[in-house]
Design a protein. Structure first.
Length: 246
């Protein structure tokens, strides 16, 4: 099931309000990797921010964005010089076509079930060329990010029509195996009522993550702990991984 906020066109529009390029650090980290690759697959591409920026910066190779959220992909398709595919890793088959596969915005955490994760990693490995790299991030569970997903940490933005919109999270305590359920609520004085979306994310520690990668025939080449390229430590906010075919 695709989260409502990604499938609904009106809520998908708000993604770029609350998660614009300037409001996040991950995309600037990923962009040089994209620019130096020959063919790039962006899994969970959302509204296409990364691939749009690459084309605007002069990237000449193949760019492909994959996302199961129809609302998000509708916005991504505002640029036609990128291949956009509606679906997920279980609905497509690529054989050694990309020398870079990326997953930004913590999209990797949507794989909650073990078999779903194994299947996704197998699809990524299949899509990689022999010298290709898989670059992605997941939140370090030791940083306990979900503890800050509360209404007290709500943020506000202005939509395309000039309306002020409030976005707040309300997370439940994590359950085994490290899954966190939370509700995202959007509200505005101009709306008849709030709109909600329900999500589930999985938090994997380094040991468990490495086990899944190894099982999928992938080898960890580098690992970072923040978007400045710092080394990963037990207290790092992120687990940023560069993997390749084993």
């Amino acid at each position: 099931m695709v989260d409502h906020q990604y499938a609904d066109p009106d809520l998908a529009e708000l993604y770029d309000v609350f998660c614009s390029w300037d409001q996040r650090d991950d995309l600037a980290f990923y962009l040089p990797w994209v620019m130096s690759a020959r063919a790039v697959l962006d899994v969970g591409c959302g509204t296409g921010l990364l691939l749009h920026r690459a084309r605007a910066a002069g990237y000449q190779g193949r760019l492909c964005g994959l996302d199961p959220g129809a609302g998000m992909l509708a916005r991504a398709r505002s640029r036609s010089d990128v291949q956009w595919v509606l679906g997920d890793l279980g609905s497509v088959r690529w054989k050694r076509e990309f020398d870079l596969v990326v997953m930004t915005g913590h999209a990797f955490q949507v794989f909650v079930d073990d078999e779903e994760l194994r299947s996704a990693l197998a699809a990524v490995r299949s899509a990689l060329t022999d010298d290709g790299r898989f670059l992605f991030e997941t939140r370090n569970p030791a940083a306990r990010a979900w503890e800050r997903w509360t209404p007290e940490h709500a943020v506000e933005g202005v939509d395309a029509r000039g309306a002020t919109v409030r976005m707040e999270y309300d997370a439940e305590p994590p359950v085994e195996p490290g899954t966190v359920r939370f509700t995202t609520t959007f509200s505005s004085p101009r709306w008849p009522g709030p709109r909600t979306s329900h999500s589930v994310l999985r938090f994997l520690d380094v040991a468990t993550l490495s086990s899944f990668l190894t099982g999928a025939g992938l080898v960890v080449e580098e690992r970072f702990g923040d978007w400045q390229g710092g080394a990963f430590t037990e207290t790092s906010p992120e687990i940023i991984t560069v993997a390749r075919r084993g």
